[in-house]
Design a protein around this ligand. Structure first.
Ligand SMILES: Cc1cc2nc3c(=O)[nH]c(=O)nc-3n(C[C@H](O)[C@H](O)[C@H](O)COP(=O)(O)OP(=O)(O)OC[C@H]3O[C@@H](n4cnc5c(N)ncnc54)[C@H](O)[C@@H]3O)c2cc1C
Length: 537
Protein backbone atom coordinates (compact mmCIF):
# COMPACT_ATOMS: atom_id res chain seq x y z
CA UNK A 1 0.00 0.00 0.00
CA UNK A 2 1.33 3.47 -0.93
CA UNK A 3 1.84 5.69 2.13
CA UNK A 4 0.09 9.04 2.24
CA UNK A 5 2.36 11.85 1.02
CA UNK A 6 2.87 15.25 2.57
CA UNK A 7 2.64 18.14 0.17
CA UNK A 8 6.08 19.12 -1.12
CA UNK A 9 5.17 22.82 -0.93
CA UNK A 10 1.94 23.50 0.97
CA UNK A 11 0.41 22.67 4.29
CA UNK A 12 -0.29 19.07 5.25
CA UNK A 13 -1.25 16.12 3.13
CA UNK A 14 -0.89 16.50 -0.62
CA UNK A 15 -4.36 14.99 -1.19
CA UNK A 16 -5.97 17.68 0.99
CA UNK A 17 -5.14 20.64 -1.30
CA UNK A 18 -8.63 21.98 -2.07
CA UNK A 19 -10.01 21.19 -5.54
CA UNK A 20 -10.44 23.99 -8.11
CA UNK A 21 -14.18 24.30 -7.40
CA UNK A 22 -13.64 24.70 -3.66
CA UNK A 23 -10.93 27.29 -4.26
CA UNK A 24 -13.20 29.25 -6.58
CA UNK A 25 -15.85 29.42 -3.83
CA UNK A 26 -13.18 30.56 -1.37
CA UNK A 27 -12.11 33.24 -3.85
CA UNK A 28 -15.69 34.56 -3.98
CA UNK A 29 -15.80 34.77 -0.18
CA UNK A 30 -12.54 36.74 -0.13
CA UNK A 31 -13.84 39.07 -2.85
CA UNK A 32 -16.92 39.77 -0.74
CA UNK A 33 -14.72 40.44 2.29
CA UNK A 34 -12.16 42.66 0.54
CA UNK A 35 -14.60 44.34 -1.82
CA UNK A 36 -12.30 44.00 -4.85
CA UNK A 37 -11.94 41.16 -7.35
CA UNK A 38 -8.66 39.25 -7.39
CA UNK A 39 -6.50 37.32 -9.84
CA UNK A 40 -7.65 34.27 -11.78
CA UNK A 41 -6.66 31.15 -9.80
CA UNK A 42 -3.42 29.41 -10.74
CA UNK A 43 -2.18 25.88 -10.20
CA UNK A 44 0.98 25.00 -8.22
CA UNK A 45 4.11 24.10 -10.16
CA UNK A 46 4.18 20.49 -11.40
CA UNK A 47 6.58 18.17 -9.56
CA UNK A 48 8.57 17.62 -12.77
CA UNK A 49 9.25 21.36 -13.13
CA UNK A 50 10.67 21.96 -9.66
CA UNK A 51 13.98 23.81 -9.53
CA UNK A 52 16.24 22.07 -7.01
CA UNK A 53 19.78 23.35 -6.53
CA UNK A 54 22.42 20.64 -7.10
CA UNK A 55 24.13 19.28 -3.99
CA UNK A 56 27.58 20.73 -3.27
CA UNK A 57 28.55 17.82 -1.03
CA UNK A 58 29.19 14.12 -1.55
CA UNK A 59 27.66 11.84 1.10
CA UNK A 60 30.55 11.16 3.52
CA UNK A 61 31.20 7.45 4.20
CA UNK A 62 30.54 7.55 7.98
CA UNK A 63 27.09 9.06 7.35
CA UNK A 64 26.19 6.95 4.31
CA UNK A 65 23.83 4.52 6.13
CA UNK A 66 21.48 7.35 7.09
CA UNK A 67 22.19 10.24 4.71
CA UNK A 68 20.98 11.12 1.22
CA UNK A 69 21.75 13.70 -1.45
CA UNK A 70 18.63 12.84 -3.47
CA UNK A 71 16.81 15.78 -5.05
CA UNK A 72 13.29 14.89 -3.92
CA UNK A 73 14.22 14.53 -0.25
CA UNK A 74 16.39 17.68 -0.33
CA UNK A 75 13.55 19.65 -1.93
CA UNK A 76 11.20 18.54 0.84
CA UNK A 77 13.60 19.79 3.52
CA UNK A 78 14.11 23.24 1.91
CA UNK A 79 11.24 25.27 3.32
CA UNK A 80 9.19 25.62 6.46
CA UNK A 81 5.50 26.55 6.21
CA UNK A 82 5.39 30.34 6.56
CA UNK A 83 3.65 32.37 3.84
CA UNK A 84 6.95 33.08 1.96
CA UNK A 85 7.75 29.34 2.11
CA UNK A 86 4.39 28.56 0.53
CA UNK A 87 5.05 31.10 -2.22
CA UNK A 88 8.49 29.64 -3.04
CA UNK A 89 7.01 26.14 -3.02
CA UNK A 90 4.01 27.13 -5.16
CA UNK A 91 6.41 28.53 -7.76
CA UNK A 92 8.50 25.33 -7.68
CA UNK A 93 11.48 27.22 -6.28
CA UNK A 94 13.68 24.85 -4.24
CA UNK A 95 16.83 26.63 -5.27
CA UNK A 96 18.14 26.69 -1.70
CA UNK A 97 17.78 22.99 -0.98
CA UNK A 98 20.11 21.61 1.71
CA UNK A 99 23.02 19.65 0.23
CA UNK A 100 22.48 16.58 2.36
CA UNK A 101 19.62 15.16 4.42
CA UNK A 102 20.64 12.95 7.35
CA UNK A 103 18.04 10.84 9.12
CA UNK A 104 19.87 9.43 12.17
CA UNK A 105 18.44 6.44 14.00
CA UNK A 106 20.18 7.00 17.34
CA UNK A 107 22.32 9.50 19.24
CA UNK A 108 25.53 7.89 17.98
CA UNK A 109 24.54 8.77 14.42
CA UNK A 110 23.69 12.32 15.51
CA UNK A 111 27.15 12.66 17.05
CA UNK A 112 28.69 11.44 13.79
CA UNK A 113 26.71 13.97 11.80
CA UNK A 114 27.73 16.83 14.10
CA UNK A 115 31.40 15.76 14.00
CA UNK A 116 31.25 15.77 10.18
CA UNK A 117 29.68 19.25 10.13
CA UNK A 118 32.36 20.63 12.46
CA UNK A 119 35.23 19.13 10.49
CA UNK A 120 33.89 20.03 7.07
CA UNK A 121 32.53 23.48 7.99
CA UNK A 122 28.99 22.46 7.05
CA UNK A 123 25.96 24.12 8.65
CA UNK A 124 23.64 21.73 10.47
CA UNK A 125 19.92 22.50 10.63
CA UNK A 126 17.88 20.29 12.99
CA UNK A 127 14.59 19.43 11.31
CA UNK A 128 11.54 18.18 13.22
CA UNK A 129 8.29 18.47 11.29
CA UNK A 130 9.38 21.41 9.15
CA UNK A 131 6.35 23.48 10.23
CA UNK A 132 8.39 26.52 11.27
CA UNK A 133 6.71 29.81 10.40
CA UNK A 134 9.80 31.88 11.27
CA UNK A 135 12.41 30.63 8.80
CA UNK A 136 13.76 28.21 11.44
CA UNK A 137 14.63 25.49 8.91
CA UNK A 138 15.50 27.78 6.00
CA UNK A 139 18.99 27.18 4.59
CA UNK A 140 19.85 30.87 4.57
CA UNK A 141 23.12 30.55 6.51
CA UNK A 142 25.41 32.96 4.65
CA UNK A 143 28.53 32.29 2.61
CA UNK A 144 30.91 30.98 5.24
CA UNK A 145 29.81 27.31 5.06
CA UNK A 146 30.84 24.54 2.64
CA UNK A 147 27.24 23.39 2.54
CA UNK A 148 24.11 22.67 4.56
CA UNK A 149 23.04 19.41 6.17
CA UNK A 150 19.43 19.05 7.24
CA UNK A 151 19.28 16.75 10.25
CA UNK A 152 15.85 15.12 10.23
CA UNK A 153 14.72 13.66 13.59
CA UNK A 154 11.85 11.71 12.03
CA UNK A 155 13.29 8.26 12.84
CA UNK A 156 13.37 9.02 16.58
CA UNK A 157 9.67 8.91 17.32
CA UNK A 158 9.11 6.53 20.23
CA UNK A 159 7.70 6.91 23.70
CA UNK A 160 10.57 5.19 25.54
CA UNK A 161 9.28 5.04 29.09
CA UNK A 162 6.19 5.91 31.10
CA UNK A 163 6.23 6.72 34.82
CA UNK A 164 2.58 6.40 35.87
CA UNK A 165 3.39 7.25 39.50
CA UNK A 166 4.88 10.67 38.73
CA UNK A 167 2.72 11.03 35.59
CA UNK A 168 5.61 11.61 33.21
CA UNK A 169 6.88 10.06 29.98
CA UNK A 170 10.24 9.91 28.21
CA UNK A 171 9.62 10.68 24.55
CA UNK A 172 11.97 10.96 21.59
CA UNK A 173 12.22 14.35 19.94
CA UNK A 174 11.07 13.33 16.46
CA UNK A 175 7.65 12.10 17.59
CA UNK A 176 4.84 14.11 16.03
CA UNK A 177 1.71 14.93 18.01
CA UNK A 178 -0.34 11.96 16.73
CA UNK A 179 2.63 9.56 17.11
CA UNK A 180 3.22 10.41 20.76
CA UNK A 181 -0.47 10.57 21.67
CA UNK A 182 -1.09 7.16 20.06
CA UNK A 183 1.67 5.65 22.20
CA UNK A 184 0.42 7.33 25.40
CA UNK A 185 -3.24 6.36 24.81
CA UNK A 186 -2.89 2.70 25.99
CA UNK A 187 -1.73 4.13 29.34
CA UNK A 188 -4.81 6.37 29.44
CA UNK A 189 -2.38 9.30 29.47
CA UNK A 190 -1.99 12.31 27.24
CA UNK A 191 0.43 15.21 26.85
CA UNK A 192 -2.48 17.45 25.83
CA UNK A 193 -0.31 19.89 23.93
CA UNK A 194 -2.15 20.72 20.75
CA UNK A 195 -0.61 23.46 18.64
CA UNK A 196 -2.52 23.94 15.41
CA UNK A 197 0.40 22.22 13.66
CA UNK A 198 -0.02 19.20 16.00
CA UNK A 199 -0.41 16.68 13.16
CA UNK A 200 3.06 17.30 11.70
CA UNK A 201 5.19 19.13 14.28
CA UNK A 202 7.34 17.24 16.79
CA UNK A 203 8.15 17.25 20.48
CA UNK A 204 11.74 18.37 19.71
CA UNK A 205 10.44 21.19 17.53
CA UNK A 206 8.00 22.28 20.25
CA UNK A 207 10.78 22.41 22.85
CA UNK A 208 13.22 24.11 20.50
CA UNK A 209 10.65 26.83 19.66
CA UNK A 210 8.75 27.04 22.99
CA UNK A 211 5.54 26.20 21.19
CA UNK A 212 2.11 27.23 22.46
CA UNK A 213 -0.56 24.56 22.78
CA UNK A 214 -4.33 24.64 23.10
CA UNK A 215 -4.47 25.41 26.83
CA UNK A 216 -5.39 29.09 26.76
CA UNK A 217 -4.41 29.65 30.39
CA UNK A 218 -1.92 28.18 32.84
CA UNK A 219 0.03 25.50 30.84
CA UNK A 220 0.21 27.57 27.68
CA UNK A 221 3.74 26.80 26.43
CA UNK A 222 5.46 23.42 26.16
CA UNK A 223 7.85 24.85 28.81
CA UNK A 224 5.26 24.09 31.48
CA UNK A 225 5.12 20.41 30.48
CA UNK A 226 8.87 19.72 30.24
CA UNK A 227 10.50 17.92 33.17
CA UNK A 228 13.97 17.35 31.69
CA UNK A 229 15.73 17.61 28.34
CA UNK A 230 18.42 15.56 26.61
CA UNK A 231 20.42 17.30 23.90
CA UNK A 232 23.46 16.25 21.84
CA UNK A 233 25.74 19.25 21.40
CA UNK A 234 29.00 19.43 19.42
CA UNK A 235 30.74 19.54 22.84
CA UNK A 236 28.98 16.63 24.49
CA UNK A 237 25.73 15.37 25.91
CA UNK A 238 23.44 17.76 27.80
CA UNK A 239 21.10 15.87 30.11
CA UNK A 240 19.19 17.64 32.84
CA UNK A 241 17.84 15.80 35.89
CA UNK A 242 14.22 14.78 36.31
CA UNK A 243 12.80 17.08 38.95
CA UNK A 244 9.34 18.51 39.58
CA UNK A 245 11.01 21.84 40.35
CA UNK A 246 14.37 23.11 41.42
CA UNK A 247 15.83 26.31 42.74
CA UNK A 248 19.39 25.24 42.02
CA UNK A 249 20.62 28.23 40.05
CA UNK A 250 19.72 29.03 36.44
CA UNK A 251 17.91 26.05 34.92
CA UNK A 252 19.56 24.04 32.12
CA UNK A 253 16.10 23.33 30.72
CA UNK A 254 15.41 27.05 30.41
CA UNK A 255 18.41 27.38 28.09
CA UNK A 256 17.40 24.38 26.00
CA UNK A 257 13.79 25.64 25.69
CA UNK A 258 13.66 28.05 22.77
CA UNK A 259 17.24 27.27 21.70
CA UNK A 260 15.99 26.70 18.11
CA UNK A 261 18.82 24.29 17.28
CA UNK A 262 21.69 26.72 17.89
CA UNK A 263 23.25 24.72 20.74
CA UNK A 264 22.62 21.17 19.61
CA UNK A 265 20.02 18.56 18.80
CA UNK A 266 17.33 17.75 21.34
CA UNK A 267 16.97 13.97 21.25
CA UNK A 268 14.41 13.30 23.95
CA UNK A 269 12.63 14.78 26.93
CA UNK A 270 10.72 13.72 30.00
CA UNK A 271 7.38 15.48 29.83
CA UNK A 272 4.48 15.81 32.26
CA UNK A 273 1.43 13.89 31.12
CA UNK A 274 -2.13 13.83 32.41
CA UNK A 275 -5.00 11.44 32.53
CA UNK A 276 -7.32 11.87 29.58
CA UNK A 277 -10.12 14.28 30.54
CA UNK A 278 -13.58 12.79 31.15
CA UNK A 279 -15.51 15.89 32.11
CA UNK A 280 -15.91 18.77 29.72
CA UNK A 281 -17.82 22.03 29.83
CA UNK A 282 -18.16 24.42 26.90
CA UNK A 283 -19.88 27.73 26.27
CA UNK A 284 -19.95 30.39 23.61
CA UNK A 285 -20.46 33.96 24.82
CA UNK A 286 -21.31 36.89 22.52
CA UNK A 287 -20.42 40.53 23.06
CA UNK A 288 -21.52 43.60 21.10
CA UNK A 289 -18.59 45.73 22.24
CA UNK A 290 -14.97 44.68 21.83
CA UNK A 291 -13.82 46.64 24.91
CA UNK A 292 -16.38 44.90 27.13
CA UNK A 293 -15.29 41.52 25.77
CA UNK A 294 -11.63 42.34 26.51
CA UNK A 295 -12.55 43.40 30.06
CA UNK A 296 -14.47 40.15 30.55
CA UNK A 297 -11.48 38.08 29.43
CA UNK A 298 -9.16 40.04 31.70
CA UNK A 299 -11.48 39.40 34.66
CA UNK A 300 -11.58 35.70 33.77
CA UNK A 301 -7.79 35.51 33.42
CA UNK A 302 -7.44 37.13 36.85
CA UNK A 303 -10.16 35.04 38.53
CA UNK A 304 -8.07 31.95 39.24
CA UNK A 305 -10.58 29.74 37.39
CA UNK A 306 -8.04 28.79 34.69
CA UNK A 307 -10.35 27.77 31.85
CA UNK A 308 -8.75 25.38 29.35
CA UNK A 309 -10.08 27.47 26.52
CA UNK A 310 -10.63 31.21 26.78
CA UNK A 311 -10.37 32.37 23.17
CA UNK A 312 -11.84 35.71 22.30
CA UNK A 313 -12.50 36.15 18.57
CA UNK A 314 -13.34 39.56 17.17
CA UNK A 315 -16.30 39.60 14.79
CA UNK A 316 -14.16 39.33 11.62
CA UNK A 317 -12.19 36.44 13.08
CA UNK A 318 -15.47 34.70 14.01
CA UNK A 319 -16.65 35.14 10.41
CA UNK A 320 -13.38 33.81 8.96
CA UNK A 321 -13.49 30.77 11.23
CA UNK A 322 -17.18 30.17 10.61
CA UNK A 323 -18.01 30.46 14.30
CA UNK A 324 -21.68 31.27 14.62
CA UNK A 325 -21.85 34.64 16.39
CA UNK A 326 -24.44 36.67 14.44
CA UNK A 327 -22.04 39.51 13.88
CA UNK A 328 -20.87 39.72 17.48
CA UNK A 329 -17.46 39.20 19.06
CA UNK A 330 -17.38 35.74 20.56
CA UNK A 331 -15.63 34.16 23.53
CA UNK A 332 -15.12 30.40 23.40
CA UNK A 333 -14.90 29.06 26.92
CA UNK A 334 -14.09 25.53 28.02
CA UNK A 335 -13.03 23.58 31.08
CA UNK A 336 -11.82 19.99 31.18
CA UNK A 337 -10.97 17.55 33.95
CA UNK A 338 -10.24 13.87 34.42
CA UNK A 339 -11.38 14.14 38.01
CA UNK A 340 -14.44 16.25 38.67
CA UNK A 341 -17.59 17.70 37.08
CA UNK A 342 -17.17 21.34 36.08
CA UNK A 343 -20.53 23.03 36.69
CA UNK A 344 -19.35 25.41 39.46
CA UNK A 345 -16.35 26.61 37.43
CA UNK A 346 -18.40 27.25 34.30
CA UNK A 347 -21.21 28.91 36.26
CA UNK A 348 -18.79 31.39 37.84
CA UNK A 349 -17.09 32.05 34.48
CA UNK A 350 -20.46 32.86 32.90
CA UNK A 351 -21.32 35.17 35.81
CA UNK A 352 -18.09 37.08 35.15
CA UNK A 353 -18.87 37.27 31.43
CA UNK A 354 -22.46 38.43 32.13
CA UNK A 355 -21.12 41.21 34.38
CA UNK A 356 -19.46 42.56 31.20
CA UNK A 357 -22.61 42.23 29.06
CA UNK A 358 -21.69 38.82 27.65
CA UNK A 359 -24.65 36.73 26.39
CA UNK A 360 -24.76 32.95 26.39
CA UNK A 361 -28.21 32.21 24.92
CA UNK A 362 -27.59 28.49 24.41
CA UNK A 363 -26.21 28.06 27.91
CA UNK A 364 -23.21 25.92 28.82
CA UNK A 365 -22.84 22.35 27.58
CA UNK A 366 -21.53 19.75 29.96
CA UNK A 367 -20.46 16.27 28.95
CA UNK A 368 -18.96 13.26 30.60
CA UNK A 369 -17.32 10.46 28.63
CA UNK A 370 -17.89 7.08 30.17
CA UNK A 371 -14.98 5.34 28.48
CA UNK A 372 -11.59 6.07 27.02
CA UNK A 373 -13.06 5.61 23.53
CA UNK A 374 -15.63 8.34 24.11
CA UNK A 375 -12.96 10.78 25.21
CA UNK A 376 -10.91 10.04 22.11
CA UNK A 377 -13.95 10.49 19.86
CA UNK A 378 -14.75 13.91 21.34
CA UNK A 379 -11.13 14.97 20.84
CA UNK A 380 -11.22 13.80 17.23
CA UNK A 381 -14.23 15.98 16.41
CA UNK A 382 -12.66 19.06 17.93
CA UNK A 383 -9.35 18.40 16.23
CA UNK A 384 -10.87 17.97 12.79
CA UNK A 385 -12.32 21.51 12.82
CA UNK A 386 -9.17 23.10 14.28
CA UNK A 387 -6.76 21.43 11.89
CA UNK A 388 -8.59 22.26 8.65
CA UNK A 389 -7.70 25.98 8.80
CA UNK A 390 -4.14 25.83 7.42
CA UNK A 391 -5.33 24.17 4.19
CA UNK A 392 -7.27 27.37 3.46
CA UNK A 393 -4.11 29.50 3.66
CA UNK A 394 -2.45 27.18 1.14
CA UNK A 395 -5.49 27.54 -1.13
CA UNK A 396 -5.38 31.35 -0.84
CA UNK A 397 -1.83 31.32 -2.23
CA UNK A 398 -3.24 29.86 -5.46
CA UNK A 399 -5.72 32.77 -5.61
CA UNK A 400 -3.13 35.53 -5.34
CA UNK A 401 -4.30 36.51 -1.87
CA UNK A 402 -1.90 37.81 0.75
CA UNK A 403 -2.86 35.75 3.81
CA UNK A 404 -0.88 35.34 6.98
CA UNK A 405 -0.95 35.53 10.75
CA UNK A 406 1.31 37.09 13.37
CA UNK A 407 1.13 37.13 17.14
CA UNK A 408 2.46 38.83 20.24
CA UNK A 409 1.83 39.31 23.95
CA UNK A 410 1.67 42.47 26.05
CA UNK A 411 0.45 43.58 29.46
CA UNK A 412 -3.24 44.47 29.83
CA UNK A 413 -2.49 48.15 30.45
CA UNK A 414 -0.81 48.41 27.06
CA UNK A 415 -3.24 46.29 25.09
CA UNK A 416 -5.73 48.96 23.90
CA UNK A 417 -2.97 51.14 22.39
CA UNK A 418 -1.10 48.17 20.97
CA UNK A 419 -4.22 46.75 19.37
CA UNK A 420 -5.24 50.04 17.79
CA UNK A 421 -1.70 50.78 16.57
CA UNK A 422 -0.94 47.32 15.19
CA UNK A 423 -4.24 47.16 13.32
CA UNK A 424 -3.80 50.64 11.87
CA UNK A 425 -0.21 49.96 10.73
CA UNK A 426 -1.14 46.62 9.17
CA UNK A 427 -4.24 47.97 7.44
CA UNK A 428 -2.27 50.90 6.06
CA UNK A 429 0.42 48.57 4.70
CA UNK A 430 -2.25 46.38 3.09
CA UNK A 431 -3.84 49.45 1.48
CA UNK A 432 -0.55 50.62 -0.02
CA UNK A 433 0.35 47.17 -1.36
CA UNK A 434 -2.84 45.68 -2.76
CA UNK A 435 -5.40 48.45 -2.23
CA UNK A 436 -7.53 46.51 0.22
CA UNK A 437 -7.20 44.35 3.26
CA UNK A 438 -8.74 43.14 6.48
CA UNK A 439 -7.11 42.47 9.83
CA UNK A 440 -8.76 40.36 12.48
CA UNK A 441 -7.74 39.45 16.03
CA UNK A 442 -8.19 36.69 18.53
CA UNK A 443 -6.59 35.95 21.89
CA UNK A 444 -4.76 32.66 21.56
CA UNK A 445 -3.70 32.63 25.22
CA UNK A 446 -4.41 34.85 28.22
CA UNK A 447 -2.57 35.51 31.47
CA UNK A 448 -3.45 37.40 34.64
CA UNK A 449 -1.16 40.24 33.50
CA UNK A 450 -1.90 40.30 29.77
CA UNK A 451 -3.22 38.67 26.60
CA UNK A 452 -1.48 37.05 23.63
CA UNK A 453 -3.27 38.66 20.65
CA UNK A 454 -3.07 36.70 17.40
CA UNK A 455 -3.74 38.61 14.17
CA UNK A 456 -4.80 37.35 10.76
CA UNK A 457 -4.52 39.56 7.69
CA UNK A 458 -5.88 39.16 4.20
CA UNK A 459 -5.11 41.41 1.29
CA UNK A 460 -4.71 41.61 -2.43
CA UNK A 461 -1.42 40.94 -4.16
CA UNK A 462 -0.31 40.00 -7.68
CA UNK A 463 1.34 36.79 -8.78
CA UNK A 464 5.07 37.49 -8.83
CA UNK A 465 4.83 40.27 -6.26
CA UNK A 466 3.69 38.29 -3.22
CA UNK A 467 7.03 38.21 -1.38
CA UNK A 468 7.65 41.93 -1.72
CA UNK A 469 4.10 42.76 -0.58
CA UNK A 470 4.25 40.31 2.32
CA UNK A 471 7.58 41.78 3.52
CA UNK A 472 6.14 45.27 3.58
CA UNK A 473 3.08 44.26 5.62
CA UNK A 474 5.08 42.02 7.95
CA UNK A 475 7.64 44.77 8.60
CA UNK A 476 4.93 47.33 9.38
CA UNK A 477 3.16 44.96 11.78
CA UNK A 478 6.40 43.90 13.51
CA UNK A 479 7.61 47.49 13.94
CA UNK A 480 4.27 48.50 15.45
CA UNK A 481 4.30 45.55 17.87
CA UNK A 482 7.72 46.46 19.19
CA UNK A 483 7.02 50.18 19.38
CA UNK A 484 3.82 49.57 21.35
CA UNK A 485 5.21 47.27 24.03
CA UNK A 486 4.63 43.80 22.58
CA UNK A 487 7.05 40.95 21.98
CA UNK A 488 7.97 39.93 18.45
CA UNK A 489 6.57 36.49 19.17
CA UNK A 490 4.55 34.81 21.89
CA UNK A 491 4.93 31.29 20.45
CA UNK A 492 5.93 31.32 16.77
CA UNK A 493 9.68 31.49 17.59
CA UNK A 494 12.42 33.81 16.34
CA UNK A 495 14.04 31.87 13.50
CA UNK A 496 15.58 33.97 10.79
CA UNK A 497 12.43 36.01 10.09
CA UNK A 498 12.07 37.64 13.51
CA UNK A 499 15.75 37.92 14.39
CA UNK A 500 16.19 41.65 13.77
CA UNK A 501 13.19 42.49 15.99
CA UNK A 502 14.31 39.98 18.63
CA UNK A 503 17.68 41.76 18.71
CA UNK A 504 15.83 44.98 19.47
CA UNK A 505 13.85 43.55 22.38
CA UNK A 506 16.53 41.56 24.27
CA UNK A 507 19.09 43.24 26.61
CA UNK A 508 22.57 43.61 25.06
CA UNK A 509 24.38 41.82 27.93
CA UNK A 510 21.98 38.90 27.50
CA UNK A 511 22.84 38.72 23.78
CA UNK A 512 26.52 38.57 24.71
CA UNK A 513 25.84 35.79 27.24
CA UNK A 514 23.84 33.82 24.66
CA UNK A 515 26.67 34.13 22.13
CA UNK A 516 29.17 32.99 24.78
CA UNK A 517 27.02 29.94 25.55
CA UNK A 518 26.93 29.14 21.85
CA UNK A 519 30.70 29.45 21.55
CA UNK A 520 31.10 27.02 24.49
CA UNK A 521 28.72 24.42 23.03
CA UNK A 522 29.29 24.96 19.33
CA UNK A 523 32.72 26.57 18.85
CA UNK A 524 32.69 25.97 15.09
CA UNK A 525 29.33 27.85 14.94
CA UNK A 526 27.76 25.20 12.70
CA UNK A 527 24.45 24.69 14.52
CA UNK A 528 21.58 26.48 12.76
CA UNK A 529 23.57 29.62 11.88
CA UNK A 530 21.70 32.92 11.66
CA UNK A 531 18.90 31.81 13.95
CA UNK A 532 18.66 33.85 17.19
CA UNK A 533 22.25 35.16 16.66
CA UNK A 534 24.11 36.44 13.60
CA UNK A 535 26.98 34.31 12.29
CA UNK A 536 30.22 35.30 14.04
CA UNK A 537 33.21 36.12 11.89
C1 LIG B 1 -0.44 25.86 10.12
C2 LIG B 1 0.48 26.08 11.26
C3 LIG B 1 -0.02 26.18 12.54
C4 LIG B 1 0.84 26.40 13.62
N1 LIG B 1 0.32 26.45 14.87
C5 LIG B 1 1.15 26.66 15.92
C6 LIG B 1 0.63 26.73 17.24
O1 LIG B 1 -0.57 26.55 17.47
N2 LIG B 1 1.50 26.95 18.24
C7 LIG B 1 2.84 27.11 18.01
O2 LIG B 1 3.59 27.31 18.96
N3 LIG B 1 3.34 27.07 16.77
C8 LIG B 1 2.55 26.84 15.72
N4 LIG B 1 3.06 26.78 14.47
C9 LIG B 1 4.52 26.92 14.27
C10 LIG B 1 5.29 25.58 14.35
O3 LIG B 1 4.41 24.50 14.17
C11 LIG B 1 6.00 25.46 15.69
O4 LIG B 1 7.07 26.39 15.72
C12 LIG B 1 6.53 24.05 16.00
O5 LIG B 1 6.96 24.00 17.32
C13 LIG B 1 7.64 23.59 15.07
O6 LIG B 1 7.83 22.20 15.27
P1 LIG B 1 8.51 21.31 14.14
O7 LIG B 1 8.70 19.94 14.71
O8 LIG B 1 7.76 21.39 12.88
O9 LIG B 1 9.92 22.01 14.02
P2 LIG B 1 10.68 22.53 12.73
O10 LIG B 1 9.84 23.44 11.94
O11 LIG B 1 11.27 21.37 12.03
O12 LIG B 1 11.86 23.36 13.41
C14 LIG B 1 11.58 24.56 14.09
C15 LIG B 1 12.88 25.05 14.75
O13 LIG B 1 13.28 24.15 15.79
C16 LIG B 1 14.54 23.55 15.48
N5 LIG B 1 14.41 22.13 15.86
C17 LIG B 1 13.46 21.25 15.45
N6 LIG B 1 13.66 20.06 16.05
C18 LIG B 1 14.75 20.19 16.84
C19 LIG B 1 15.46 19.32 17.72
N7 LIG B 1 15.08 18.04 17.92
N8 LIG B 1 16.55 19.79 18.35
C20 LIG B 1 16.98 21.06 18.18
N9 LIG B 1 16.34 21.94 17.38
C21 LIG B 1 15.24 21.51 16.71
C22 LIG B 1 14.75 23.77 14.01
O14 LIG B 1 16.12 23.81 13.67
C23 LIG B 1 14.06 25.10 13.79
O15 LIG B 1 14.89 26.16 14.18
C24 LIG B 1 2.23 26.54 13.38
C25 LIG B 1 2.73 26.43 12.08
C26 LIG B 1 1.87 26.21 11.03
C27 LIG B 1 2.43 26.10 9.65
Amino acid sequence: MKSRERSAWGWGWADRFPAAEERRALGELVTALLGTPGEAPREPCEAAALIVSPSRLAVPAPLAPFTSDGDDLRARRTHGRAYPDLIHGFRGDFDRAPDLVARPRDEGEIERALAFCEEAGVACIPYGGGTSVAGGVATDVGGRYAGVLSLDLGALDRVREVDPVSRAARIQAGATGPRLEAQLAPHNLSLRHYPQSFEFSTLGGWIATRAGGHYATLYTHIDDLVESVRMVTPRGLWQSRRLPASGAGPSPDRLALGSEGIFGVITEAWVRVVERPRHRARASVSFDEWEAAVDAVRALAQSGLHPTNCRLLDRTEALLHRVSAEGAHVLLLAFESADHPLQPWMARALEIAAAHKGRCPRGPQHSESVSRGDAAAADEKWRAAFFDGPYLQTALVSLGVLADTFETACTWDRFPALHAGVRAATEEALRTTGGAGVVSCRFSHVYPDGPAPYYTFLGRTRFGRELEDWSRVKQAASDAILALGGTITHHHAVGRTHRSHYERERPAPFAAALAAAKRALDPAWVMNPNVLLPVEA
